[in-house]
Design a protein around this ligand. Structure first.
Ligand code: IPE
Ligand code: IPE
Ligand code: MG
Length: 250
């Protein structure tokens, strides 16, 4: 039985988030420039997006560039930005065929104008699609996002347009970049690193974490299915006891 057949399609997480890590090491191991790893990482993105569509994942969030990544050598940042322009313009029609919509989170105003223009064009071309929502995290930092929300809420309380009592966990999420998107149930990080690197800190409060040793350029849809299978074997308790969960499911 294939891994795909073993998956319970009625228990696929709605939202999967991935920290795509290991491009640089993948390239360096082969004696190549780190940017070659980023280029090959695009093959993994294509395959994983297809896999997400195959199993009916509704939201797939990919961490493509963090705020901290601006501190990398200038040449690498430039190569990544050029790759983004190339990828967005070349992949849009393929995404459209797969009924994918494109969304972004992060401080996208800080991206080069050409990247911003490409993103806007691609988003509007795909805006009517109803299948997978592909969410790209670009120039993203979770602390930045949370701080921005706090400042907006603070100024609204200050000018009297909302009351502090109206700020709840639910209303707070409306001020995040991910407003309207359910929290990820599963967070995957590739390349064997065991950290979160400032990604979706609020949203992953109860996500299941899955760490894969595979370097991102080698990650394929079968590896996504493996992570989904692992997820489906877990008991999500949300603070309750195992007995309570079993009774609820009986
Ligand atoms: C992830 O791969 C891609 C980005 C952060 C843009 P890395 O570039 O971090 O690869 P490693 O971790 O150095 O191998
Ligand atoms: C996290 O990877 C950011 C992305 C995958 C885009 P990094 O490789 O930048 O993370 P650290 O610096 O090793 O934690
Ligand atoms: Mg890395």
């Amino acid at each position: 039985m294939s891994l795909l057949e073993k998956l319970r399609l009625d228990r696929i997480p709605q939202h999967v988030a991935i920290i795509m890590d290991g491009n640089g090491r993948w390239a360096r191991k082969r004696g190549n420039d780190r940017s070659v790893g980023h280029e090959r990482g695009l093959d993994a993105v294509r395959d994983v997006v297809e896999g997400a569509c195959d199993v009916g994942i509704k939201y797939l969030t990919l961490y493509a560039f963090s705020t901290e990544n601006w501190n990398r050598p200038k040449e690498e940042v430039q190569a990544l930005m050029s790759l983004l322009v190339y990828a967005i313009s070349n992949e849009t029609e393929n995404l459209n065929k797969n009924n994918v919509r494109l969304l972004t989170i992060g401080d996208t105003d800080s991206l080069p104008p050409e990247v911003q223009e490409n993103l806007e064009q691609s988003k509007s071309r795909l805006s009517k699609n109803t299948g997978l929502d592909l969410v790209l995290a670009l120039s993203y930092s979770s602390r930045w996002e949370i701080l921005k929300a706090v400042k907006t809420i603070g100024s609204k309380i200050g000018d009297g347009s909302i009351s502090s009592d109206s700020v709840t966990e639910e209303t707070f999420t409306n001020y995040l970049n991910t407003s309207g998107i359910p929290d990820p149930e599963l967070l995957i990080r590739t390349s064997g690193e065991l950290r979160i690197s400032n990604f979706l800190l609020w949203q992953i409060a109860y996500a299941e974490l899955y760490f894969s040793p595979i370097l991102w350029p080698d990650f394929r849809k079968e590896d996504l299915f493996e992570a989904l299978y692992d997820f489906q074997q877990r008991e999500r308790r949300f603070g309750k006891t195992s007995e309570q969960i079993q009774n609820e499911n009986a």
